[in-house]
Design a protein around this ligand. Structure first.
Ligand code: URA
Length: 299
């Protein structure tokens, strides 16, 4: 872990009791008894939708002999469940929303591990989501090798020091390979590639079907071809920030697993049937749980 990048000034004051940490968007605080049962957290699984989080927790409970599911009472922003060592939390859509969830979860897990950096580094973090494929048909599961923004550069933000702060968007290759390996026998197409995180579903993904359209067919196809030629497999809205924040603290185990809903080289609209969409989503969940079972149930 990169201890110099952890906000010890605040987080350690929570550990020594001189500050209370209010994880406001999750509706809990560091003195809340609900957290006491979660100190053994081994994995944090995030997904955009709260419904998906509830399904994931149900599945994991069954895989662990019907183990107890703990839910946080507040659900108007993010839905959270804890079950058998896995903290499941929704993050909403896009990097502004997901970064709030991720920062509060990082603070929470730091608190749960009592600031022990070795214990913290044992925790596996992942987002499971949906995406648009680039040269890949709907139904492919992409495990990201790198998260970049729409200009193929890493996540960056304005800050007070030197203007823009640039983060590292790489995902750990050993974890990406282990996730793909854990589903080698599953009848699911699982590939690895770069992932673009757009700041918008329509404009920064160069769609022609938004209420506002800034592209022509030619400029859209030129962007998509440029992504394709540069090793991009899919486009979503959170991965560049996820990899950035994980790398900033120096976590060694994190990943992103996204199914594709369509091939963007063929169009913009998601026209799959509800049954197809359900299968796509089930497949990415299956890839996640094959990995969690191989690491958490057999360790
Ligand atoms: N999610 C995205 O962000 N883009 C898509 O095209 C599909 C899902």
């Amino acid at each position: 872990m990169k201890t110099e990048n952890i906000n010890h000034a605040f987080l350690d004051s929570v550990l020594d009791g001189s500050s209370l940490d209010v994880y406001y968007h999750f509706g809990v605080a560091s003195d809340d008894l609900i957290l006491a049962g979660m100190r053994d957290v081994k994995a944090v699984v995030m997904a955009g939708s709260g419904g998906r989080i509830k399904e994931f927790a149900e599945y994991w409970s069954e895989a662990n002999g019907g183990s107890e599911i703990i839910g946080f009472p507040k659900e108007d922003r993010f839905v959270t469940r804890y079950c058998s060592g896995v903290l499941f939390a929704s993050h909403g859509m896009g990097m502004p929303s997901a970064s709030i969830a991720l920062q509060e979860l990082m603070r929470m897990v730091y608190f749960l591990k009592g600031g022990d950096l070795d214990a913290l580094d044992e925790v596996f973090w992942t987002r499971v989501g949906t995406s648009g494929g680039v040269g890949l048909p709907g139904g492919t599961v992409v495990v990201s090798s790198e998260g970049v923004m729409a200009d193929l550069k890493p996540y960056r933000l304005l800050h007070g020091g030197e203007g823009e702060y640039w983060f590292d968007g790489t995902f750990p290759a050993s974890i990406t390979s282990a996730i793909i390996e854990a589903s080698a026998d599953a009848p699911i197409e699982v590939v690895s590639g770069k992932t673009v995180a757009g700041n918008e579903f329509f404009l920064e993904q160069f769609r022609l079907d938004g209420a506002i359209c800034l592209e022509t067919h030619e400029s859209k196809m030129a962007w998509l071809q440029w992504l394709h030629e540069n090793g991009v497999s899919n486009i979503e809205m959170e991965g560049a920030m996820l990899a950035a924040y994980m790398n900033h603290w120096g976590f060694s185990k994190f990943a992103m697993i996204c199914c594709t809903l369509l091939n963007r080289l063929d169009g913009d609209q998601v026209t799959s049937t509800p049954e197809q969409l359900h299968k796509f989503s089930e497949d990415s969940g299956r890839v996640l749980f094959n990995y969690l079972k191989s690491t958490l149930l057999h360790s």
